[in-house]
Write a protein that binds this ligand. Structure first.
Ligand SMILES: [Zn+2]
Length: 425
């Protein structure tokens, strides 16, 4: 207002010059502000976040208390979800404890998961073994030797009352949320004719979804380390354009993983996982391609387990836009399925001799992450975290290098033969 006032007082050269200096100062100030803000936001995402120092549970008759001890006071939001019954606590990005810091579930709580949920948000998911409500939730300032504490008090409730609370939480969330976002439009721009084949590598699980666990290793960590090694080797070959669905410890919804492949018009999608099973002697690598009818009971059970990823992190399917139905999808899918099988066969052939394979190594089932209709897709279970020898291998950098190398050989074989097929009239 004052600046404009100055400039309109005509014939006053001095004031005009002052105005120029003033504007330059403003520009410099704006620059500082922008730089400062961008550094600030980077800091918020990666460094300057509150640290969770301890997670405690206490149980008494019909009530359970959860306490997060933290280095700072944070804002939080709590809501309930059903099928299965869960309580979700949304928090800003936090520095969560590494490894198995989760307390043994007790009282009304049957399980706990925590970790990064989106780029700016972390999440704590509390599984309930009986209907329960949040009686109180509050933050306490440091006192008597304790740091800041977030306290969530649960009390047992009737199923009917729980269902009512879920409905009212949903309504409240909808009222606050912006209008639902339409499903992402997948770019269908024509492919560049002489581009390098695009490979998308998908490190399974991540953030608030840890996946399977072994004695020491967690699936989300093992899959990320392996995916990075595979990406490194594929890039070093100079023959491929390579993308990762995630390159850090963050949760990515299953559908978004599929969309990353479609967005990059991937020629191959490789989802990396590691399994866990009760029978600790079971070991070996296996590979899966998409089929509505599973090849066997075990493959069906595995697909069910892997497809639960979105449920595990507390995604509310009521809030999700419906899957896009497309007749063309069916047609594309047949060709895609054949190519997926062809790649899976190569993987089995090249891995044989390098590492132990599960019997009937290539199996089929309805994995949601393999559902890109136009991208050949496979899911590889590297081994079993519940088997000591497999776990040791999965944690070994030299094993990862060796197996990634055998996969690179399979990728080479896949693209060199499809090249030939294209050239044959
Ligand atoms: Zn998995």
């Amino acid at each position: 207002m004052t600046a404009r006032g100055y400039i309109t007082s005509r014939n006053d050269v001095f004031i005009k010059r002052e105005y120029g200096v003033f504007m330059r100062l403003i520009l410099v100030f704006r620059w500082f502000l922008l730089v400062g803000l961008s550094f600030g936001s980077v800091g918020a995402a990666f460094a300057d976040v509150a640290r969770v120092q301890n997670i405690r549970l206490g149980a008494s008759e019909g009530a359970t208390r959860l306490v997060l001890e933290m280095s700072e006071r944070v804002d939080f939001k709590v809501f309930l979800l059903d099928s299965p019954r869960r309580i979700v606590v949304d928090l800003p990005s936090l520095d969560w404890p590494e490894g198995d810091a989760s307390p043994v579930p007790k009282g009304l709580i049957s399980g706990l998961r925590f970790g990064q949920f989106t780029a700016t948000q972390s999440r704590l998911v509390i599984d309930l073994n009986t209907p329960a409500l949040v009686a109180r939730s509050f933050v306490l300032d440091p006192a008597s030797g304790f740091p800041h504490r977030l306290v969530v008090d649960l009390k047992v409730s009737r199923a009917q009352r729980f269902a009512e609370q879920v409905a009212s939480d949903r309504a409240a969330k909808r009222a606050q949320a912006p209008a639902p976002v339409a499903p992402p439009v997948i770019s269908q721009a024509p492919r560049k004719p002489n581009r390098k084949p695009v490979v998308v590598i998908d490190a399974g699980h991540g953030g608030v979804d840890p996946g399977a666990s072994g004695r020491k290793a967690r699936e989300k960590t093992v899959t990320l380390a392996f995916s990075k090694e595979l990406a490194r080797q594929l890039r070093n070959s100079g023959k491929y354009e390579v993308y990762l669905t995630r390159s850090r410890d963050i949760y990515i919804p299953l559908r978004q993983r599929v969309n990353v492949a479609r967005k990059h018009q991937a020629d191959l999608f490789i989802s990396i996982h590691a399994d866990a099973i009760k029978r600790k002697n079971v070991r070996g690598m296996s590979i899966y391609t998409l089929s509505e009818t599973a090849s066997d009971k075990e493959a069906a059970a595995l697909a069910r387990k892997e497809n639960r990823s979105d449920i595990i992190v507390g995604i509310d399917f009521d809030d999700q836009p419906p899957e896009v139905a497309d007749i063309l999808i069916d047609l594309a899918q047949r060709e895609t399925k054949n190519l997926s099988v062809k790649f899976a066969n190569l993987v089995v052939k090249n891995a044989r001799g390098s590492t132990r394979l599960l019997e009937r190594t290539h199996r089929f089932a309805g994995f949601r992450v393999l559902k890109a209709p136009d991208v050949p897709s496979v899911l590889i279970e590297l081994g079993f975290l519940t088997n000591r020898s497999d776990e040791k291998q999965l944690l070994s950098a030299s094993w990862r290098r060796k197996i990634a190398k055998s996969l690179v050989k399979s990728v080479d074989g896949f693209f060199s033969s499809s090249q030939q097929a294209r050239m044959t009239p």
